[in-house]
Design a protein. Structure first.
Length: 86
């Protein structure tokens, strides 16, 4: 039996100006936000080479991450949520 998508993850959310500078115009579902964020991270080689779970912020991500220079994947998801609204 195929899994059904969680409707909460499919709901388009408004994106803050800071996050729009990284992923582009919203509104977007949370899953698409994270997908585009990872595309940006990989394109700009922002993963810590020793700890692939950690993201090293560039100037744009520094604003999204609340001034933190490096965050892990789980903390990143929490910090990005603050930039999404209904």
């Amino acid at each position: 039996m195929p899994r059904k998508a969680n409707p909460a993850l499919m709901k388009p959310l408004n994106v803050s100006e800071e996050l729009e500078a990284v992923i582009g115009k919203g509104p977007l579902p949370r899953g698409q936000v994270m997908k585009k964020l990872w595309e940006y991270i990989k394109k700009n080689n922002l993963q810590n080479p020793q700890k692939k779970r950690n993201i090293v912020a560039d100037d744009k991500l520094l604003v999204v991450f609340g001034g933190k220079k490096e965050v892990d994947m789980f903390e990143m998801a929490k910090l990005v949520s603050a930039h999404l609204t209904n």
